[in-house]
Design a protein around this ligand. Structure first.
Ligand code: GLA
Length: 383
């Protein structure tokens, strides 16, 4: 907090407030949010903080602790910043807020993000939701966390060109420390599930391989699930792919070309794994939960094809370890992190072994974090 405020003073003068939105780890329910399925993310203590003051103009002045320079966004022309290499997420959020009728006032904003970028832990949602929360509060608007999440998602879809689902923005806004959110992405009904991991912790292993969601695979997968749904609808009375059961998919297999069948099989089996995971967590059966994590990774690897050699190497290294009950990639894939359920007293041995095997296999160095859950958004006055 002090370092961020000092940096703000050096750049803009005295800050008024600091707002914060969380990164997230998705425990299970991957690539099902945009198919109307249920997901189980938890908000993390890795977060995006933004120090703010009103600047008395009609512009936003945006800066980040890890970047040089200041980007200016005119609030009267929010539609014209789509091409910014940095600042387009914030401009997109401002644009959606203007369209939705929020009162926005000119502000100086300095961002400090501890969520690693492109690592599958939702740095972009944390930036969007922190921006939405800060601008809503500074403009004196009532704050509805679900509305902030929805407008942040629209900014990412329509302004930044990533056709993501609602999971990340929802988690960044609505997370509750010590809980995972069982979010029904079709209705936005959300149950906060206490995350009691007993003698285990969640270890995040960052492959160091970065992904860009705007480029390539992500939007393609989404289009494939839509194509699969359109074909299945010829025979099944469903609105969303997540409504199809694994058994129904098998009976309708002949409707789908092989690739679309495998994409659909991932979605419907993953939805079933989410239900089973929540029951396992509620009855304290961590071994069963761990097996479901492993099965999720295999499905994302073989049927959905979004893992890649780095994430596979990390998961496979973890699967060999006795102290690890389960491991899978988390987030969009194509790089980023795995989430590992590991015995608390063996975390160092786990990190040492998985790090070593990963480097041997890929020549890359992994980074590890013991995940701590946190509240989604918060704001503090600077005294
Ligand atoms: C990204 C997207 C989410 C979700 C995940 C995959 O994080 O932003 O909406 O689709 O990938 O589960």
């Amino acid at each position: 907090m002090t370092a961020l405020c000092d940096a703000f003073r050096a750049l803009f003068g005295a800050p008024e407030k600091v707002f914060c939105a969380a990164g997230r780890v998705n425990l299970i329910g991957e690539h099902v949010d945009y198919c109307g399925g249920k997901v189980l993310p938890a908000a993390l203590s890795l977060n995006c903080r933004v120090a703010v003051r009103r600047n008395g103009t009609n512009t936003l002045r945006l800066a980040a602790t890890d970047l040089a320079g200041v980007v200016t966004v005119d609030l009267a022309r929010t539609e014209s910043y789509r091409g910014l290499p940095w600042g387009n997420y914030q401009a997109g959020v401002a644009h959606e807020m203007v369209r939705a009728g929020y009162n926005l006032v000119g502000c100086d904003l300095l961002y400090d993000c501890t969520v690693p970028f492109g690592a599958g832990l939702s740095s972009s949602a944390a930036i969007e939701v922190a921006t939405a929360y800060a601008l809503a509060m500074m403009g004196g608007n009532p704050v509805d966390k679900v509305a902030l999440a929805l407008l942040s998602k629209r900014a990412e879809n329509e302004y930044c060109g990533v056709n993501c689902g609602i999971m990340d923005q929802f988690a960044a806004a609505n997370g509750v420390r010590g809980h995972a959110m069982l979010l029904d992405c079709a209705t936005l009904e959300c149950e906060q599930v206490p995350l009691d991991l007993r003698d285990c912790v969640l270890v995040l292993a960052d492959s160091g391989k970065r992904h860009s969601l705007a480029a390539g695979g992500y939007n393609e997968r989404r289009a494939e699930t839509e194509a699969a749904l359109a074909l299945l609808k010829r025979k099944l009375p469903v609105e969303r792919l997540a409504q199809v059961t694994p058994a129904e998919l098998e009976t309708q297999k002949s409707l789908l070309p092989p690739v679309l069948y495998r994409r659909a099989r991932h979605v419907v089996t993953e939805c079933a794994r989410v239900e089973r995971s929540v029951s396992a967590l509620k009855r304290g059966d961590l071994a069963a939960f761990g097996q479901l994590l492993n099965a999720s990774h295999t499905s994302l690897k073989e049927d959905y094809e979004v893992t890649g050699p780095e994430l596979d190497a990390l998961a496979e290294a973890a699967w060999q370890r006795e102290e690890c009950l389960g491991a899978r990639m988390t987030g969009a894939g194509f790089g980023g992190c795995t989430v590992n359920l590991v015995k608390k007293d063996k975390v160092s041995a786990f990190i040492e072994a998985v790090g070593r095997i990963y480097t041997e296999k890929t020549g890359r160095k992994a980074a590890f974090y013991v995940a701590e859950t946190a509240d989604g958004i918060s704001g503090e006055d600077i005294l």
